[in-house]
Design a protein. Structure first.
Length: 413
């Protein structure tokens, strides 16, 4: 518990003590209620009792107080206590309270209130709801043997019953508070994990794409030297530009402000594929306006485009790549926007599980209420990646979302 919480909960109800000061606070909280023993203590101090009865009173009261304190203290500091042991201790306290109140006088009936409170704190409600009325009944039965029984019964029986059930409510509140505190800590832990996952996904996708492009351009510049220094200089300038943009992207990813756009990612993907010597066919729908597409959905598609292009460059060995954006109706009567990336490379990996990139991509699309599908290309050779996100708003007019028309962008001569 931190300092502000400790200030709002000075008794540390529902929490384990973490230092000696907190233990002393809890002991003081238990000891305050021993002031209700003023009646029995006063009777012992007035000197009117016989030595035998006085000895019984002091010894019995001391044993009762120590046993009660030990039982309640173990409960409030959450030390494990066997259920059968608790029942035996409560039975001992109830028997001792009955003996002392029957032998020494009506002032000792207050001990039943302590037993009822201990039962409320240590027993489950299924038992305490019967034990507390039983203790009250025992108090009434013993109290009836004294004169002015009505006064004593009103002074002790009603507090015994009400205090017991009041502490049942307090125990329920303590358990609820502990559960809420545990739930709050779990929410904070999950939020931290989610932020770490977001950062890991962003850095993987950003640096994987950018570093792949830097490696390709560096290799191309190396092949151009020394015969084509001007072309090599252009590649080095591109490397500098990509590196600077990667730094900007990483800073934005760390602060959580980066929302990739399809148009921006498409431009970077074209440059990466052109540098790798991959002929690229881009559907016109991918370059147009994306009506009804929310920022989260567009960001998920943009990440999908980046990851797919990075995999084509690094793993596929493809010579041709096709990028399409189509609108589709699913069986749930919802409209989806589907980004399709097809290549004619080596095909799906033999591993039965996704790599880090595709796993992160599935998580991104799931957060946008979408999904990812991967597998062999339709023509039997190559790899196909399809990213789906729900599309809201009115259907676009005019050309619509189709992936049939396309224009070709070839590799540099």
């Amino acid at each position: 518990m931190n300092e502000p919480e400790a200030g709002q909960n000075p008794v540390l109800i529902g929490t384990q003590p973490r230092n000696l000061r907190q233990v002393l606070v809890k002991c003081l909280w238990i000891g305050i209620w021993f002031s209700y023993l003023s009646g029995p203590v006063g009777q012992l101090l007035d000197g009117r009792m016989s030595p035998a009865r006085e000895t019984l009173g002091w010894s019995g009261l001391s044993v009762f107080a120590l046993t009660y304190f030990a039982l309640v203290f173990r409960q409030i500091i959450h030390l494990p206590t066997g259920g059968s042991l608790v029942r035996w201790v409560l039975g001992f306290l109830a028997a001792l309270a009955g003996l002392l109140s029957f032998t020494l006088g009506p002032n000792w009936l207050v001990l039943f209130t302590f037993v009822a409170c201990a039962a409320a704190m240590t027993l489950p409600f299924s038992l305490s709801r019967w034990v507390i009325p039983a203790l009250t009944a025992a108090l009434i039965a013993i109290g009836l043997r004294y004169e002015d029984a009505r006064i004593y019964l009103f002074a002790y029986a009603l507090p015994c019953l009400l205090s017991g059930f009041a502490l049942v409510g307090v125990q329920h509140l303590i358990r609820t508070t502990a559960e809420l505190r545990s739930a709050r800590e779990e929410v904070a832990r999950l939020a931290a994990n989610e932020e770490r996952l977001r950062l890991a996904r962003d850095l993987h996708d950003l640096l994987g794409h950018s570093l792949s492009l830097v490696a390709l351009k560096s290799e191309l510049a190396g092949r151009m030297l020394p015969d084509r220094p001007e072309d090599a200089a252009q590649q080095v300038a591109d490397i500098e530009r990509v590196s600077r943009q990667a730094l900007v992207d990483v800073r934005e990813a760390v602060t959580g402000y980066r929302r990739p756009r399809l148009a921006v990612e498409l431009a970077g993907v074209r440059a990466a594929l052109r540098t790798a010597g991959v002929e690229t066919t881009v559907g016109p729908a991918l370059e147009g306006e994306h009506h009804g597409l929310a920022a989260d959905q567009e960001g998920a598609l943009a990440w999908s485009l980046r990851e797919a292009a990075t995999n084509v460059v690094r793993h596929s060995g493809a010579r041709h790549c096709e990028l399409l954006l189509t609108e589709e109706w699913e069986s749930d009567e919802r409209r989806y926007l589907c980004l399709t990336v097809l290549d004619d490379g080596a095909g799906p990996p033999r591993a039965l599980h996704d790599g880090n990139g595709l796993s992160g991509l599935r998580e991104r699309l799931a957060l946008a209420d979408g999904r990812l599908e991967t597998g062999p290309a339709p023509r039997g050779r190559g790899f196909a990646l399809r990213a789906y996100v729900p599309l809201g708003g009115p259907a676009p007019s005019g050309g619509g979302m189709t992936g049939t028309a396309a224009r070709t962008v070839g590799p540099p001569g």
